[in-house]
Design a protein around this ligand. Structure first.
Ligand code: ADP
Ligand code: ADP
Length: 218
């Protein structure tokens, strides 16, 4: 489960997050909705220990990311900024991630099957289409069989088939009881994907509600 408590982040004179608090429950897809610049990526980066908040806390399973002993086995993430190194093959990249998290090598083949990349696993990452690169990122997120998944704008740049695929995958992962937290700036996308919504604007919480209620009121 994810818990953000009074999270504040300043970049110089920009207040990116302004005392943001919410929880994300397991067993459903929670959409993180807000316009560009609202603070979604900043929140995701704080949860993943990539950015130090100015104040407040961002916890996964009650712990800070840097306190996790095998991070990839607790939380899997798809972030644009975490694109794969171009020179490595998808297989090589995943194998490195697996070994640094003490995940068995066999798991790499399994996740490559899950995301439909088994055939291109030995191509260099820089030769992949955007859709394939997104699938490779999803494979990395699934590698540790984590109960918590963070996906920052996962449908960006995907073709229609890829969008349907990733929606189905998120529904499936939530159905298994996992915590799925997915950001988007598109209400239309969230209405089709999420059960619950955390809505933010200018770094503040605007709504924490079911998708049905949000659609009925807006
Ligand atoms: P979103 O993901 O919702 O589009 P961001 O979290 O990327 O929003 O950005 C929130 C605010 O913080 C924006 O005003 C953005 O310009 C600013 N910001 C984000 N990252 C940085 C950074 N590294 N340096 C300065 N400002 C930043
Ligand atoms: P390095 O890039 O120095 O080898 P890491 O071992 O932390 O550092 O990460 C290797 C690559 O694995 C990163 O460039 C990133 O693409 C990817 N990565 C790391 N952690 C995650 C994660 N939680 N989810 C998805 N990809 C990740």
């Amino acid at each position: 489960m994810i818990e953000v408590q009074q999270l504040t982040k300043r970049y110089g004179s920009t207040l990116a997050l302004d005392g943001l608090s919410f929880r994300v429950e397991p067993g459903r897809v929670t959409g993180f909705l807000g316009p560009n610049g609202a603070g979604k990526s900043t929140t995701m980066r704080a949860l993943l220990g990539l950015d130090r908040p100015t104040s407040g806390r961002a916890l996964i399973g009650g712990r800070r990311y840097d306190e996790l002993s095998r991070p990839l086995c607790t939380v899997g993430a798809l972030l644009e900024a975490r694109a794969m190194h171009g020179g490595r093959t998808v297989h090589g990249h995943l194998l490195g991630l697996a070994r640094s998290n003490r995940i068995p090598d066999e798991r790499v083949g399994e996740v490559l099957e899950t995301v439909g990349l088994a055939d291109v696993a030995h191509k260099r990452a820089k030769g992949l289409s955007l859709g394939m690169a997104q699938r490779a990122g999803v494979a990395a997120a699934l590698l540790g069989d984590a109960q918590v998944l963070l996906l920052d704008e996962p449908v960006n740049g995907l073709d229609p088939e890829g969008i349907l695929w990733i929606r189905g995958l998120m529904r499936h992962l939530a159905g298994e009881g996992r915590t799925v937290f997915v950001s988007s700036h598109l209400m239309s996308e969230m209405a089709l994907t999420a059960d619950h919504l955390i809505v933010i604007g200018r770094g503040r919480l605007l709504a924490d509600t079911s998708v049905e209620d949000f659609v009925a009121r807006n």
